[in-house]
Ligand binder design. Sequence first.
Ligand SMILES: Nc1nc2c(ncn2[C@@H]2O[C@H](COP(=O)(O)OP(=O)(O)OP(=O)(O)O)[C@@H](O)[C@H]2O)c(=O)[nH]1
Ligand SMILES: [Mg+2]
Length: 389
Amino acid sequence: MPANLPPEAKAKLAKYSDARTPEEKLRALEEFISAVPKHKGTENLLLWARRRMAELREEIEERKRRRVGGGPRIFVEKQGAAQVVILGPPNSGKSSLLAALTRAKPEVAPWPFTTQRPLPGMLHYEDIQFQLVDTPPLILDDPDNSVNSRVLGLARNADALLLVVGLDEENPASALRRLLALLEDRGIYITRTRGLVRIIKSREVNGIRVRGSGRLVGFTEDDLRRFLAEYRVYNAIVEIEGDVTLDDVEAALYKTLTYKPAVILLNKADAPGARERAHKALRAAPPDVPVLAVSALTREGLDGLGRILFERLGIIRVYTKQPNKEPDPEPLILPRGSTVLDAARRIHSRLAKHFRYAKIWGPSAKYPGQRVGGDHVLEDGDIVEIHAS
Ligand SMILES: Nc1nc2c(ncn2[C@@H]2O[C@H](COP(=O)(O)OP(=O)(O)OP(=O)(O)O)[C@@H](O)[C@H]2O)c(=O)[nH]1
Ligand SMILES: [Mg+2]
């Protein structure tokens, strides 16, 4: 149910989303909270605002710390074909999984809160590598914990997520449910069916333009226009995916909603009673997200992970070559559906600008060395020779 805010509160929210610095945002939120009437319908919004204020304060502090040098750094520079962040409650075996899948040597211990800072390692899959990042545990009983905010910040920046719960614990189904709720609450969605809205304010568009593959459920574009106008949003692109309700639009006004491909790992499949618990946990998972029962200890179930991540990420490998030479062994990593021109652009803007034609070999070629135009759609494993003027 939309919160039905008074115009003043809507104006403050608009001020918040236009603010540039964390300090400005913090101030706007303070004003927003005092303008919001306190009742059932606004509970969630107020909860969000308070939480967001805590995050902003943390951000401001963090920046001060960094200015004086030192202090914990939470971001991990991306390497390889994709960055995959490992998330989960304490003691679920996140670090053990990193150790089993990569050459990294994280600290592993039979008690919770062992990992204090993120640690990367490289997972090999065929001729590419994914960067896995082990993280401090998420505290499911205390969603607003400041460590949670930082770990979720990492998740937001990642290309994909590995969600880990341990089958040795009493109720892994409940742990998984709470983990998914925590992500969803922070606007991190792991399923495409969930309505996803992104509102991109821009003076360059005239009015409200809806685009994307989703559909509006229970309201029309005119309703949307009126609704956004109440929040003083008049010129914007509204990107939609999945089934989008007006509530989703409202959420997108103040939260950044993102989709992250994910794989759920039910770890410690070797533990006593793991099988029954795995069945229950499976029912807590969204239907379109892969779930693997694995063991970091025995390595069971881990072999197929590279392939599954590759597929979930929706990426392809394209090998470029120069005329009369062997293809480059290191592939370009492109989103599925990319064209020859996208590949050219990735190599150099000039190559795309002066593009004439390309020759291709591999899965998308009708015959080896087929001559194609810039709009030819590439497939995983293609070899491309670009000819430009
Ligand atoms: N039986 C069994 N034990 C495991 C498995 N994976 C991890 N463990 C054990 O579970 C305990 C916790 O493992 P960690 O890898 O430190 O767990 P973590 O999730 O990184 O823990 P935090 O860093 O505290 O969040 C250790 O005693 C591991 O040996 C597994 O697949 N099977
Ligand atoms: Mg750990």
